[in-house]
Design a protein around this ligand. Structure first.
Ligand SMILES: C[S@@+](CC[C@H](N)C(=O)[O-])C[C@H]1O[C@@H](n2cnc3c(N)ncnc32)[C@H](O)[C@@H]1O
Length: 468
């Protein structure tokens, strides 16, 4: 029978312009790589590797499902087919990221596509598609919206020096774009290591081969007695802020950490999926990052990341020159103490004006520290300001704060997140909140008393009650 190895393209490429261009570039690279290799033949419609079982790469990418061959036996080893498979897989991965799924029967791994379909696709290489009419020719790359083209990922998985694998933007991604939305492979709550290992083993056994492969291909920073638990601990993202339940995802778990991230992860409890949104514009080629930590100065973050995830962070925030790092640490400490003061219910009850003043200051510090990418924290902050206002009966300001919280939430969680929907409805009916007038009625206003003809500075002064 022999042992097969190779890679599958899953999902297969579309006929769309972006996939076409990427495949064209990939084919050009392969041609260049093997231009002096007599075993690699350029045929009219495909590249033929005259080794092993003669794996092929078609010039029409949408036809391609698998590149593979037997890698055991005399013919395979004398023709060096495994070397071709490894190199072509590496180049394909760099172009198509997680769509390229390597498998090797020697390691009990199998392709995702049926052999029947694969053979049919290979037969179709011989016959090129009928020439497209002028009207159906795809527009140039710059005119294509990749998000609208089905199946186009905005990122690819690449090796990142010093960080293992990570996600890299394939296009310029604008702030507020949904980059990933996926269901967990599995979830688990807190339990002792031995129990967790058994629990995960049972869950894995019940999963499809593809999902098992996805879980087992994730990084493990805690090698040892509990291999499944190690993978879980390295990769699990909390199912909700502060939730003890963690979820492991096929793609989101490849996202590395930065203390100044450009993306935000959120568990949508209604849809039971995790989303990743760009919280600043991300340039094509830049790494997509989220934050794993809970803030604090660099030393505090360092200890947390080492303990919880077993790595030392080398992000832009942590590698600042000493004086800038000191300034950043001061801001982080200030953010922590302002957060504590704003959340103090007694202060909110007895000195609400000071609480609002802290909110205003916090906004400036957040913007400075996160360089315009603080939407998740700003959303929370505006909601705090909403609560302070509504607790004293100020519906006008509460409604404005809820509207700002809503706008910030949309950027980092999208329109369909339960928290986005909640603050959106509070902007319309602030008095529906359970804290309405619980502290006093001293700031009582109606929603329609928002001043109309103020400039931005004057409006913020009114909003945060900074007028004399
Ligand atoms: C959830 S995984 C992310 C994907 C992982 N890099 C991989 O290769 O599969 C988390 C692990 O990635 C590495 N990592 C993530 N962010 C990092 C960073 N800023 N600096 C160094 N290593 C990092 C650490 O080993 C961490 O435990």
């Amino acid at each position: 029978m022999g042992i097969d190895a190779g890679f599958d393209m899953d999902p297969p490429l579309s006929k769309g312009g972006v996939d076409k261009q990427n495949w064209g570039r990939f084919i050009d690279l392969i041609k260049e790589q093997y231009k002096d290799d007599v075993q690699v033949q350029i045929m009219p419609n495909y590249i033929n590797f005259n080794a092993g079982e003669h794996p092929k790469l078609p010039f029409e990418g949408h036809k391609f499902l698998r590149f593979s061959s037997k890698v055991s036996g005399a013919i395979a080893s004398s023709s060096g087919v495994e070397r071709y498979i490894n190199t072509v897989t590496r180049v394909a991965k760099a172009h198509f990221g997680s769509r390229v799924q390597y498998w090797n029967e020697n390691a009990n791994q199998y392709g995702v596509h049926d052999w029947e379909k694969v053979n049919e696709s290979i037969r179709s290489y011989e016959q090129p598609d009928v020439l497209e009419t002028q009207a159906s020719i795809t527009p140039p790359l710059s005119e294509i919206d990749p998000v609208k083209e089905q199946g186009i990922a905005l990122f690819e998985i690449q090796d990142i020096p010093g960080r293992g694998r990570g996600l890299v933007a394939r296009f310029n991604i604008s702030k507020g774009t949904r980059i990933i939305c996926e269901k967990p492979l599995l979830t688990a709550g807190p339990m002792p290591s031995d129990k967790l290992e058994l629990f995960l083993a049972k869950k894995l056994k019940a999963m499809s081969k593809t999902s098992q492969r996805q879980f087992l291909s994730l990084h493990n920073n805690f090698q040892g007695k509990y291999p499944f638990g190690g993978i879980f601990r390295t990769n699990a993202l909390p199912c909700g802020s502060g939730s003890p339940i963690g979820g492991v995802y096929p793609t989101a778990c490849f996202i590395n950490h930065s203390c100044i991230p450009n993306a935000h992860n959120n568990w949508n409890s209604a849809e039971k999926h995790e989303t990743i949104y760009a919280i600043r514009s991300i340039e094509r080629g830049a790494e997509i990052t989220i934050t794993y930590d809970h803030g604090g100065a660099s030393r505090e973050r360092e200890v947390f990341l080492k303990d919880a995830f077993g790595f030392r962070c080398d992000c832009n925030g942590c590698s600042l020159p000493t004086d800038l790092l000191k300034a950043s640490d001061n801001r982080r400490v200030q953010i922590q103490s302002l957060d504590k003061a704003i959340g103090d219910p007694f202060r909110m009850m007895n000195s609400p004006r000071e609480s609002l003043s802290d909110c205003f200051l916090m906004l400036q510090v957040l913007e400075q520290e996160f360089d315009g990418a603080a939407s998740p924290m700003i959303a929370r902050l505006y909601y705090d300001a909403f609560q302070i206002s509504i607790a004293h009966g100020d519906q006008a300001r509460a409604s404005m704060f809820a509207e700002r919280a809503y706008k910030a939430r949309v950027i980092c969680e999208g329109e369909d997140s339960p928290e986005t929907l909640r603050v959106k409805s509070l902007a319309v009916k602030p008095a529906d909140h359970s804290s309405f007038e619980v502290c006093s009625r001293k700031w009582q206003t109606t929603r329609d008393s928002v001043p109309k003809y103020l400039n931005t500075v004057q409006f913020d002064k009114w909003l945060f009650r900074q007028e004399n």
